[in-house]
Design a protein around this ligand. Structure first.
Ligand code: MG
Length: 353
């Protein structure tokens, strides 16, 4: 072979080989990522307007230890230039960012525990939300507080104690249009939960942070308050209880001063929990008042009258969900997975809380 020809061919062969190897690696990665999981259970015809027929549960990312607290970030909020989804990996003490064109990277670490020593299995942030000014609100397990990410840097503590006693481990949060913030405080972030010697409260509360910062205990009767969301008219506050002995969702009437009534059982998941994996956890409410509530099997879709319309059966222990992308999608944090299901084009699916 002439020398000139050899110089031309060898790099070409190498390039072709590299392209082939890259294609094989790409195919292997694609094969690792299941494009869809689970199925949609349809129990009532009303669900067809909320989740289109034929919709599937798409896996967007995987490999998390325990994903939680998803929140859709419109462009310009939380100090971020473009729209994205933020979510917690609680054991990994991180907040991740997912972008449609770039996948997942780390947005914030540590996210919920800043101490020098190991702090149990779930030290990181849990529920996330945006306040009315577009600032990120975090429920921090290990640092036992509700905080706000400040646009200029650092975090400001919004609540960390009740009557001088440290909170257990704030879990999830709902923001009222007045600027008030409701949050739940079960013990899951304490290394030994309520038996932990660091535990200072003997109950699991639901609290309200008023716009002026004053903290009020609005419920102390729930055994494990967890997910929390307001109805579109903000006259009802839903709180999920992740107690295996009483897995349910309660509905509270919200008074003009922001306090709650005694509440009523809105949905009892006891029967479902006998045959399906998972307990009531994070929940969101659409503009028509339908609930998308994690629970046994995945995400329960519940009408405002309490009817169980169907279930997004993820096949995973599913901790939380949020609306995003203009209301056209429901994002779900399901154990090690981040998933998405399309929602109907009806105004009922527009995001509100
Ligand atoms: Mg939760």
């Amino acid at each position: 072979m002439p020398e000139q020809h050899r110089r031309f061919c060898i790099p070409s062969l190498l390039a072709a080989l590299l392209v082939a190897v890259a294609a094989l690696l790409h195919a292997a990665r694609a094969a690792d990522l299941p494009p869809t999981v689970g199925s949609i259970e349809r129990l009532d015809g009303r669900i067809d307007a909320l989740i289109p027929a034929g919709a599937s549960i798409e896996v967007l990312a995987m490999g998390f230890t325990w994903s939680e607290g998803p929140v859709w970030i419109p462009a310009g909020s939380a100090g971020l230039p473009g729209e994205c989804l933020l979510f917690s990996d609680v054991p990994q003490n991180r907040v991740h960012r997912w972008r449609p064109d770039k996948g997942v990277d780390v947005f914030l670490a540590p996210s919920g525990y800043t101490g020098p020593a190991d702090y149990g299995r779930e030290p990181g942030s849990n529920g996330l939300s945006l306040d009315r000014q577009g600032r990120l609100i975090l429920c921090e397990h290990g640092d036992r507080r509700v905080s706000r990410l400040e646009p200029g840097g650092g975090r400001r503590t919004l609540a960390d104690a009740w009557q001088g006693k440290r909170l257990n481990s704030p879990n999830d949060v709902a923001v009222h249009t007045s600027g008030a913030i409701y949050f739940t405080d079960p013990p899951y972030g304490l290394p030994k939960q309520l038996d932990d010697p660091r535990c200072e409260l003997d109950f699991c509360g639901v609290y309200r942070i008023a716009p002026d910062g004053v903290l009020t205990l609005v419920c102390r009767t729930m055994t494990r308050p967890n997910g929390i969301a307001l109805a579109p008219d903000e006259k009802t506050l839903y709180v999920a209880q992740s107690d295996p002995a009483a897995p349910l969702i309660k509905a509270f009437a919200v008074a003009a001063d922001g306090t709650l009534d005694q509440g009523r059982t809105f949905f009892d998941a006891t029967a479902l929990a006998k045959t399906r994996r998972g307990l009531p956890d994070g929940l969101k409410v659409d503009a028509a008042g339908n609930l998308f509530a994690t629970g046994p099997g995945g995400v329960l879709v519940l009408a405002a009258d309490g009817t169980h319309l169907g279930t997004i059966l993820t096949g995973q222990a599913t901790a939380n969900c949020c609306f995003g992308a203009g209301g056209g999608s429901l994002f779900m944090t399901a154990d090690s997975l981040l998933c998405r299901v399309p929602l109907g084009a009806a105004p009922a699916s527009a995001p509100v809380k």
